[in-house]
Design a protein around this ligand. Structure first.
Ligand code: CA
Length: 508
């Protein structure tokens, strides 16, 4: 379906195999992942935004393959990123929670990070001869053993924590004041950026600085006799909501201040992607570079995002929490113009990159995803009959959902398990469990079996969260995966308010 006709498809499939098995490293594609932070499902033009203008992204999406049913492995930052980079659900290596901000002073958790036993996709590509770079937010550990430079990246420019302030002329003086007063620990949002472990004097608005460094890496990579892998992890449009006056002026017509600022932040990302494209073109690398664009989780509704027409947002196991905007762009191999309708997950990126990059995955790294490369050739469902999970622990219980083909089960807050035909009911409005109780039981049983591969968390985001986990004897999976009404969850008396996502343009 991705090729103009069957005949060229066959020819291109042949070419593809030459790439894959010929070992001709010079012709292997470059790979770029552009990851946004908390970007809403419909906050880009190619996914329905009308008030936010993203012409650079839209052009790539139009000439590439859009995935309307792309999921990430967790509905918030750290676990989503760790899972994508390791190719495995982070619940399996102790990472279902965010690492804490060192500013919170939980010293023992500051020594934690993505386990060294995990071989990240960067390391696998690096070992296969790729020149590798990372730019932006790391959020996988601040100690030396977790540093990007020892986790597969030849070059790293950015900040190691889970977020950052955007204006150097504001955060730098604040950081220096903290240093002078000896008021440690220091909030990671204020720590100066670094290049390969060396502090740098950044002067630009952070999103523009990261775009500049991504383009710089592409220029540098062009001088090497290697393909490159570049991970561009923007912290935009994650809080704090901070945009330049020039970008805000572009959205003066949006009345809601949060939405206006958020739109301006997304606009800066789009401008940055344009700079990246320009860098690829000037180095004659555009055609044989796979660009993957996605968000690490759903948009945060209280901070100006919208995931319309999905339900809920960041943090939720409803679609709005973990279904994200995503496209692939690769002129030499992918014909654009048609969406890829089947469900995929960010876990699929690792095996897909290893496949197209001719990079052997170590036997110790048992990946949870699926290589998408052949499905992208023939349009088949790469995960037919396979399930994509989302599991978020809370205080004394867990929110859980699972998608298999057209169906999704979900249990959130005090609800019992529900069933949705997610292919027809993207907003999760009609519970169909009474019509298909056997399907619900089957999918819950499968998810319970999956949960047995999990380990206890190695860290918690805040100290109280860990204390609560112990006190509640979590994870209490027998309760989570019960389908008996008699075993209804005894959870705190909360019932989540179903939050409506605003249609595109309604913030004006
Ligand atoms: Ca995030």
């Amino acid at each position: 379906m991705l090729f103009p006709s069957r005949l060229p498809a066959l020819l291109l499939v042949t070419c593809y195999w030459l790439l894959s098995i010929g070992g001709a490293h010079a012709s292997r594609p470059n790979i770029i992942v552009v990851l946004c932070d908390d970007l809403g499902y419909s906050d880009v033009g190619f996914n329905g935004a009308t008030d936010i203008r993203t012409p650079e992204l839209d052009q790539l999406a139009q000439n590439g393959v859009v995935f309307p049913a792309a999921y990430v492995a967790h509905p918030f930052c750290g676990p989503s990123r760790m899972s994508m980079m390791a190719g495995r659900y982070s619940h399996k290596f102790g990472g279902p929670f965010n690492l804490p901000n060192p500013g919170l002073g939980i010293a023992e958790y500051n020594a934690k990070g993505i386990p060294e036993s995990e071989t990240l996709m960067s390391t696998t590509l690096q070992r296969a001869g790729y020149f590798t770079g990372a730019v932006g937010k790391w959020h996988m550990g601040i100690n030396p053993e977790f540093h990007p430079n020892v986790r597969g990246f030849d070059d790293y420019y950015g900040f190691l924590g889970g977020g950052h302030r955007y204006f150097p002329e504001q955060y730098r003086p604040a950081y220096q004041r903290m240093l002078k007063t000896g008021n440690l620990p220091i909030n990671e949002y204020f720590v100066p950026l670094q290049h390969n472990g060396v502090e740098v004097r950044e002067t630009e608005y952070i999103t523009d600085a990261l775009s500049r460094e991504a383009a710089r890496f592409v220029d540098e990579a062009a001088t090497k006799d290697q393909p490159f892998f570049l991970y561009v992890a923007y912290n935009a449009p994650h809080s704090p909501l901070e945009a330049t006056e020039a970008d805000l002026a572009l959205y003066a017509d949006i009345e809601d201040k949060k939405r206006r600022t958020y739109a301006a932040m997304v606009h800066a990302v789009d401008r940055g992607v344009g700079r990246l494209v320009t860098a690829l073109k000037r180095n004659d690398a555009f055609d044989n570079t796979l660009i993957v664009f996605l968000s690490d989780n759903g948009g945060k509704l209280s901070l100006g995002a919208t995931n319309y027409p999905l339900s809920m947002g960041k943090g939720s196991v409803s679609e709005g929490g973990h279904r994200v905007p995503m496209f692939f762009h690769w002129p030499q191999q992918l014909k654009g113009g048609q969406p890829f309708p089947h469900p995929v997950t960010s876990l699929d990126l690792y095996p897909t990159f290893a496949s197209i990059g001719d990079a052997p995955v170590p036997a110790t790294q048992v990946l949870d995803g699926t290589d998408l490369s052949s499905a992208l050739q023939d349009g088949s469902n790469p995960r037919a009959g396979e399930t994509i999970f989302a599991l978020r622990h809370r205080a004394g219980f867990s929110d859980a959902s699972a998608r298999r083909d057209d169906w999704k089960i979900r249990r959130e807050g005090q609800s019992d398990w529900m069933l949705f035909n997610i292919a027809e009911d993207i907003s999760e409005t009609t519970d169909m469990r009474d019509r298909h109780p056997e399907l619900v039981r089957d999918m819950v049983t499968e998810m319970e079996q999956w949960s047995r591969s999990h380990t206890q968390p190695e860290w918690f985001y805040v100290w109280e969260e860990g204390q609560q986990w112990q006190a509640d004897n979590m994870p209490r999976f027998d309760e989570t995966f019960s389908t008996s009404a008699a075993d209804a969850l005894e959870v705190p008396s909360i019932r989540y308010q179903v939050t409506r996502n605003r249609p595109p343009g309604s913030g004006r």
